[in-house]
Design a protein around this ligand. Structure first.
Ligand SMILES: [Zn+2]
Length: 357
């Protein structure tokens, strides 16, 4: 257990419980995504890079940082703000953890408690061309103060935008093509706001028929791919609209980081081995996820647990995007920035090695 409870008072246990609750809800958090923080005095405890919020009450997943020094670095464009390592309070970091790549925006927010997560309803709304008017309709009714934040790569570029948006002291911030931040002064206040914003932003999922698991199993024998074990991931392939939305571009960072920019699509008359081989022949890596229209989704056997939950995340996001909606996808430059990013390579290495521990 961390040194937190004696440092920041009884709230720390409740904070860990709230973190674990967010982490266990697949519609809010997938794998190592999402992070929470708690400030007290000059310290901020924030989720460590590569750790899963779901494990908050069982494992040491929080790292202590000097909050004011990190904010100063962020505002002065000091490159040390990017990873935040220099601002870790080493004497309290008994597990030797590294702060989340999103630590700098937690620091920039003045609130004692900050929860950030990749809510599938929020992502589905925040990628729409019509997001501004839809969010206004849904969030004005909550009576909470809210703001939107344009898409930026996670890390200091996003933290600077969050810092600007914090000028109006919002309770809720919707990060375009990314997720949501909910803030407050106590754990209870944040928990209550999460409940209210979740109900305001809920979108109904498009109904689809069942997956054809037998067909997927026959197709994928000895191919290095298997039908997605999480049955809800298959909805991605079970409606033409879901397929159109999924293959037209990348919508948010964790998808690009864990599944890559290319989603496979097996045509009706194509054999799976020939399809996979076509990538090798072109000198390209085969997609980690392949859609078999009307049947379901195949995932590479090399995909980590963190990657598998991203397949489910995408399935849940596209299912909530209304029919014929126009989507604002990430640009090629955004994708390039995400796939050539050192901090993320560290997180992926952790994911391969230890995500299930
Ligand atoms: Zn995030």
């Amino acid at each position: 257990m961390t040194n937190g409870p004696t440092r920041l008072g009884v709230d720390f246990e409740r904070f860990l419980e709230l973190s674990a609750m967010l982490g266990r809800d697949i519609l809010k958090t997938q794998g190592a995504g999402g992070n929470t923080s708690l400030k007290g005095g000059t310290e901020m405890w924030v989720k460590a890079s590569g750790k899963w919020l779901a494990h908050a009450t069982e494992q040491d997943i929080m790292v202590p940082v000097h909050v004011a020094d990190l904010v100063t670095a962020l505002r002065n464009n000091d490159p040390r703000a990017e990873k935040g390592l220099e601002f870790v309070i080493k004497t309290l970091n008994t597990s030797g953890l590294r702060p989340s790549i999103e630590t700098s925006f937690h620091a920039a927010l003045p609130n004692a408690v900050v929860a950030h997560y990749h809510c599938v309803n929020t992502i589905a709304l925040s990628v729409l061309e019509q997001r501004d008017e839809l969010l206004k309709q849904k969030l004005d009714e909550t009576g909470m103060i809210w703001a939107t934040v344009p898409y930026r790569r996670p890390g200091t570029p996003l933290a600077r935008e969050v810092d600007l948006a914090a000028a109006t002291s919002p309770d809720v911030m919707v990060l375009y093509n990314h997720g949501i931040i909910v803030t407050g002064e106590t754990v209870e206040e944040v928990a209550d706001r999460i409940e209210r914003v979740t109900s305001a932003l809920t979108m109904s999922a498009r109904q689809v028929p069942d997956a054809s698991l037998g067909v997927l199993q026959r197709l994928s024998q000895e191919s290095g791919y298997s039908p997605a074990a999480d049955l809800a991931s298959h909805q991605l392939a079970l409606s033409p609209e879901n397929i159109r939305l999924a293959i037209s571009g990348s919508m948010y960072p964790d998808h690009v980081i864990f599944l890559g920019t290319k989603i496979g699509l097996l045509e009706a008359d194509q054999s799976l081995p020939a399809y996979i081989e076509s990538f090798a022949n072109a000198g390209e890596t085969a997609p980690k996820m392949i859609i078999v229209p009307g049947c379901g989704v195949l995932l590479s056997n090399e995909l980590t647990a963190g990657g598998q939950v991203m397949a489910r995340c995408l399935a849940e996001v596209v299912a909530r995007i209304p029919d014929n909606a126009e989507v604002v996808y990430l640009t090629e430059a955004d994708e390039y920035e995400l796939t050539n990013w050192e901090a993320e390579q560290y997180r992926q290495a952790l994911d391969r090695g230890a995500a299930q521990s």
